[in-house]
Write a protein that binds this ligand. Structure first.
Ligand code: MCN
Ligand code: CUM
Length: 784
């Protein structure tokens, strides 16, 4: 008698995170944990002013301080052609200022010393004579005629415009607006915020004076890209640069760009011949590295009297800071803002986007977003709620009438994206059911009669993640694909090397699960390696929730390649034809004689000990995967809040989050991602703000000014799920790592606005502190 064999399932299983063994025991290995013999320490002098000509820099007193080894200035770097570096959008950014400083916090000089405290103390001894210039702090000021030209370092630049870009069909949109019964306008600002990862940026650069090899331990979300940038900037041969990104204490987009500190530390190590460590302090991180948002958006929605959406027009203006440093694909210069039609079947759309330089830190891509999807999603979800009020249709009903229907997929949006799959109504219905929407609406009506303010806000977001199809997506011309290399050892244990780089997302666990699912090797037998350019195949890094859609797909594909070789090996061992074998999850069985079988481990052993003549030994392979399309995760977030009429305080009562990211590899990790993202969405709605005074002083340069939520403020989250697999991903997964940060801010804001909407309130700008609510209450006659 033969027994039916069932292999263990590894997808959809909440395998505990392998990496947590070391994290929970305080045995993680962060950049600051790296200490090399003879290592020096670097500290950065930053500009106190936002815009000024540099008259002189006197470093003599600093150089004379015992323990100081060198002081590096822009002038010194200029001699090596290193004063400026390219950004990931093909612009330039100063490494150390030479002619001018263009933002507060800009890097002006670096001290290299035997001791980190000496390096820090020496900064105060550097004398810089600044001649102040007029400061530009908003993109509106920046584009005004006669505004000071910020990037006058570029010969051909005579204004502050970074780009002007249009997408969609202007004429078709104009026609839609002519035919519309109703036009609803909405105007909003998504303020600057900062990802503020737990670990700030830093590096240890070690250039070997004998071989010239540069080994750079670095907080990098994209080590291979950074190596290529280093090779191009410094003219170093690429095989002589090794970037190692060890454990990273959070990235959230902040560690995508190349920062001046990395470049100076590497140049200093090269010149001095000793390793140099640079670890950024918190203020340095908050005032100078990758900001997010700072986006002004206005637009109109054309509808008919039944609430059917006919056309969408959007104008957006982006504050890029003094350098254009997003990591934008060169074909989509407004980034993925083009997804602004969201989950709705809007036949015509036209998007006009402008970017402007200001005297502020560069940024843009960062903070758990895909290249401006966050802003687009926020805008359309806020606009839809406004339209619902103006038309007197329930926001749920208005969404329902306009969702792209399941049978419309693959769906081509008015701005040209092909959505792979979706079922928006199902996700919304699930969220409404979990929330108890109808009961809550009834309670809201009763509460209003009693003079209490209860608000219900929804967001039915759609994201576009997983860049990319290389035909459309690149960074600095590097086509976007990703990779996985898998080696199965003779004993059936394996090592997987991937081109992406975890910052806390749990790849060491989930990627092992993908291999386990394809080959039946249990995850604990698979070591996942990443973040070391000498030891992993080329990849574009982890951001934009691209790891699962790209390197995750590559991992499945390379596993399948190895499975085919294992089939040949099993056929040889069992003396049957390969076609006679059936794969049952972790072994091959002979069709019709299932007792005759070869496990994956036996096949692996044979690959080194008993492979047929003529077959190459070993069981290993590499796959570079270029996805045919992006993946389109989606969901509905529903928030209920209570607003206090006496103080303007608002309190979250419920947060229901229904996410659809297709097949979930590890539900526990996915839920962790969503809860983290919801916390950030709540934070943006309620408290996180980087702003500037008229002199360009950054307000939000420390954690008493820049508020991030603790577990005390963070509401409780109730999670739900629907499953709409991606049709083109090998295991049907879509990215999820940033969905909740993208989708939820609009739900929180919609809820607070909704509490006041019956009195005509339509907009409250983030972050919504009690002061803003109080003012709106007073103006609406609701204050108590
Ligand atoms: N996953 C899964 N099933 C799916 C989709 C994803 O099990 N259907 C798992 C993945 O295998 C992975 C995690 O969820 O372990 C996130 O996967 P994915 O959506 O592919 O996103 P990335 O791994 O590319 O992570 C990037 C994303 C981004 S852009 C930011 S920003 C962010 C985020 O992840 N930064 C983070 N989550 C973070 N989490 C932590 N702890 N730290 C950060 O810096
Ligand atoms: Cu834009 S934050 Mo994440 O994509 O690293």
């Amino acid at each position: 008698m033969t027994q039916e064999h069932t292999a263990e399932h590894w997808l959809g299983r909440s395998v505990k995170r392998k990496e947590d063994d070391r994290f929970l025991q305080g045995k993680g290995n962060y950049v600051d944990d790296i200490n090399l013999p003879g290592m020096l320490h670097m500290s950065i002098l930053r500009s106190p002013v936002a815009h000024a000509r540099i008259i002189s820099i006197d470093t003599s007193a600093a150089e004379a301080l015992p323990g100081v080894v060198a002081v590096v200035t822009g002038e010194l770097l200029a001699q090596h052609n290193l004063a400026w570096m390219p950004t990931l959008s093909g612009d330039t950014q100063a490494v150390l200022a030479t002619d001018k400083v263009r933002m507060q916090g800009q890097e002006v000089a670096c001290v290299i010393a035997e001791d980190p405290y000496v390096a820090h103390d020496a900064l105060e001894l550097i004398e810089v004579d600044y001649d102040p210039l007029p400061v530009v702090v908003t993109p509106q000021q920046s584009l005004e005629p006669g505004a000071p030209v910020i990037r006058d370092d570029k010969e051909d630049k005579h204004d502050n415009r970074v780009y002007h870009w249009e997408a969609g069909d202007a004429e078709a949109t104009a026609r839609a607006f002519e035919q519309a019964d109703r036009v609803v306008s909405f105007d909003t600002f998504y303020p600057r915020c900062h990802p503020a990862p737990m670990e700030t940026c830093g590096c240890v650069a070690d250039v070997n004076p004998v071989t010239g090899k540069a080994t750079i331990y670095m907080t990098s979300q994209a080590p291979h890209v950074h190596r290529t940038v280093f090779a191009l900037v410094a003219g170093l041969p690429e095989h002589n640069i090794q970037i190692i990104s060890p454990d990273i204490g959070g990235g959230f987009g902040n560690k995508v760009p190349v920062y001046p500190g990395y470049v100076v530390a590497t140049a200093a190590s090269l010149l001095i011949g000793r390793p140099v460590k640079w670890i950024e302090d918190r203020t340095g991180n908050l005032i100078s590295t990758g900001f997010a948002r700072d986006f002004y958006m206005k637009g109109q929605l054309a509808l008919d009297n039944d609430g059917k959406m006919l056309g969408l027009r959007v104008n957006m203006l982006s504050d890029q800071g003094y350098a254009y440093a997003d990591a934008q694909p060169s074909k989509l210069r407004a980034g993925l803002f083009h997804i602004v039609t969201g989950s709705y079947d809007i036949p015509a759309a036209h998007v006009v986007t402008d970017g402007a330089y200001t005297n502020k830190a560069p940024g843009g891509v960062a903070y758990r977003c895909s290249f401006r999807v966050t802003e687009a999603s926020f805008f359309i979800e806020r606009l839809v709620q406004t339209a619902a009020y103006e038309l007197g249709i329930d926001p749920v009903e208005l969404r329902r009438r306009n969702f792209i229907k399941p049978e419309q997929f693959p769906y081509t949006s008015a701005t040209g994206f092909v959505y792979d799959s979706g079922n928006y109504e199902q996700a919304m219905d699930k969220a409404l059911e979990m929330l108890g929407y109808e009961d809550l609406k009834a309670e809201q009506a009763r509460a209003r009669e009693e003079g209490k303010l209860l608000g219900i806000g929804l967001a039915s977001f759609t994201e576009v993640v997983g860049a990319g199809p290389s035909k459309d997506y690149d960074i600095l011309g590097l086509k976007m694909f990703d990779s996985a290399e898998l080696r199965v050892h003779p004993t059936g244990k394996a090592i997987l090397k991937i081109g992406v780089q975890t910052q806390g997302q749990g790849h060491e666990t989930t990627f092992a699960q993908i291999v386990a699912n394809e080959l039946g090797i249990p995850p604990q037998d698979i070591l996942v390696q990443h973040g070391d350019t000498d030891n992993t195949p080329y990849g574009l890094g982890t951001y934009a929730s691209r790891s699962t859609p790209t390197a995750g797909a590559a991992t499945a594909m390379v596993s399948r390649k190895l499975r085919e070789k294992a089939r040949q090996l099993a056929a040889h061992l069992l003396e049957v034809a390969p076609e006679d074998l059936e794969w049952v999850g972790d072994r091959f069985q002979v069709r019709g004689a299932p007792d005759r079988q070869t496990t994956i481990q036996e096949a692996a052993f044979a690959a080194y000990t008993n492979h047929p003549q003529g077959m190459e030994a070993g069981l290993e392979g590499v796959t570079y995967y270029d996805p045919p399309n992006m993946t389109y995760p989606f969901g509905t977030y529903a928030v209920a809040v209570e607003v206090d009429r006496g103080t303007g305080q608002w309190k979250v009562r419920r947060v229901v989050a229904v996410d659809d990211c297709g097949v979930r590899i590890n539900p526990m990790i996915v839920e962790g991602q969503i809860m983290g993202g919801l916390t950030e969405g709540f934070a943006m709605a309620a408290m996180e703000l980087i702003t500037f005074d008229e002199l360009g002083n950054c307000i939000g340069s420390n954690f008493s000014d820049y508020l991030i939520p603790t577990s005390w403020e963070t509401p409780k989250f109730e999670l739900g799920e629907t499953v709409t697999p991606s049709p083109h991903h090998p295991i049907g997964a879509k990215g999820v790592g940033e969905s909740a940060t993208v989708g939820s801010p609009a739900a929180f804001v919609n809820a607070v606005v909704d509490a006041l909407a019956h009195a005509g309130v339509r907009e409250l700008e983030m972050p919504i502190g009690p002061d803003k609510v109080w003012k709106a209450l007073a103006e609406a006659g609701l204050a108590e």
